[in-house]
Design a protein around this ligand. Structure first.
Ligand SMILES: Nc1ncnc2c1ncn2[C@@H]1O[C@H](COP(=O)(O)OP(=O)(O)OP(=O)(O)O)[C@@H](O)[C@H]1O
Ligand SMILES: [Mg+2]
Length: 358
């Protein structure tokens, strides 16, 4: 197996240029919003929405991105849901169907025995951890073995941190339902806190503000679309039309949303994230604080790209805030390293007995 330097591997991997890894292995970051799958054979990371569309309570008619297309638009007979909530598996049966379909697509319809590496949030119970293991074992994807990697560790690796040797790194993963704040040192997690906030809470804040200001009810997809397009980090627009239902007349209506309006709506959410990061910093052993001061905050997770968040964190904590390229894929890039680099193998553990990597 050839090992690549981090940036070469990322660039080549994304372009699909790497020679595939020898062993049939998958790294899976099961997010509430997006499932990211690293396929060791093709060296590619695939991202699909964590959604499934079920008709008449039994037939799966769509999954992944195509199920998301139906979200908030389907008739009563079709239920479009995400089987993960708050970072943990909420609907095991549908999660199994979804995972089976996604892995089947990865292997062109023919399931072969493979090793699976999963990211696990650190601040969850043993029962919740075990449910990730059961999911892979029971979803009929022919798992030879299942390994867990703490999400914060996978994030750190994906961000290019030399996890086994670095001391004192603060990683903040702002996802959809969760924000995980962790202090890493010498290959382990010193402190970690899982907050129930992220992109979904940002959408809700925009929906509430639009309703209060304009008497307009908008859907979650509209809210997400507006806040990402109005974020200079991606959209670079200063205003955008949104469509919804007028509360008073009940009729469809259009309003123009300005970037400043969205920023103001998100202020409170940003403040609560900043406060929690400060709480973790206050509990950090002083020797590590010095390293964190030097390294700054490592941000990741899709919602860390929301305009203003990195600035506010940097100001509140008086530290530099680093935002990577493609933050949605960070943890999956970390899993790729655990699968491919012998020096990272110690970071994976088996979930069954919660022991070390064999
Ligand atoms: N350019 C962007 N600007 C702002 N937010 C963005 C951008 N791109 C994606 N997001 C947000 O990132 C979130 C998804 O990120 P991510 O895939 O990291 O979450 P997840 O891993 O599925 O969730 P969790 O970790 O909470 O289970 C969505 O809320 C989405 O709106
Ligand atoms: Mg995530």
């Amino acid at each position: 197996m050839r090992l690549f330097g981090r940036s070469q591997q990322e660039d080549a991997g994304r372009a699909g240029l790497l020679r595939g890894g020898e062993k049939n292995a998958f790294g899976i970051d099961l997010g509430t919003c997006n499932i990211k799958i690293f396929n060791n054979t093709t060296s590619r990371i695939t991202t699909q929405k964590n959604m499934i569309a079920i008709q008449n309570r039994q037939t799966m008619i769509a999954y992944g991105d195509s199920a998301y297309e139906m979200f908030e638009k389907s008739p009563a007979s079709i239920k479009v849901t995400s089987p993960i909530g708050g970072g943990v598996i909420a609907d095991i049966q549908n999660m199994e169907r979804l995972l089976n379909s996604l892995i089947r697509d990865q292997q062109r319809g023919q399931l072969r025995g493979a090793d699976y590496y999963l990211t696990i949030p650190s601040d969850v119970t043993e029962v919740e951890k075990r449910s990730f293991y059961d999911l892979v074992k029971d979803s009929g994807i022919r798992a030879r073995s299942v390994y867990a990697v703490d999400k914060a560790i996978a994030d750190g690796l994906g961000l290019g941190i030399d996890i086994n040797n670095s001391q004192g790194c603060l990683v903040v993963d702002v996802g959809y339902d969760t924000t995980e704040v962790s202090i890493l040192s010498l290959g382990g997690i010193v402190l970690s806190k899982l907050l129930k906030t992220g992109g979904r809470a940002f959408d809700t804040a925009v929906i509430t503000a639009v309703r209060r200001e304009y008497n307009l009810i908008i859907g979650q997809r509209t809210a997400e679309n507006a806040r990402t397009l109005l974020s200079t980090t991606t959209g670079n627009k200063t205003s955008i039309p949104v469509f919804g239902r007028d509360i008073v007349t009940g009729l469809p209506m259009e309003k123009i949303l300005k970037a400043e309006f969205v920023s103001a709506a998100l202020k409170e959410n940003f403040r609560s994230i900043c406060d929690q990061v400060k709480v973790i910093l206050e509990r950090t052993p002083p020797e590590l604080s010095a390293d964190i001061y030097r390294n700054g905050i490592f941000l990741t997770g899709g919602a860390c790209q929301q305009e203003g968040l990195a600035d506010q964190l940097a100001r509140t904590c008086q530290l530099d805030a680093n935002v990577p390229d493609a933050p949605v894929e960070t943890a999956a890039r970390g899993l790729a390293q655990v699968i491919r680099k012998a020096s990272c193998r110690n970071l994976a553990y088996t979930i069954e007995g919660l022991g070390n990597y064999g």
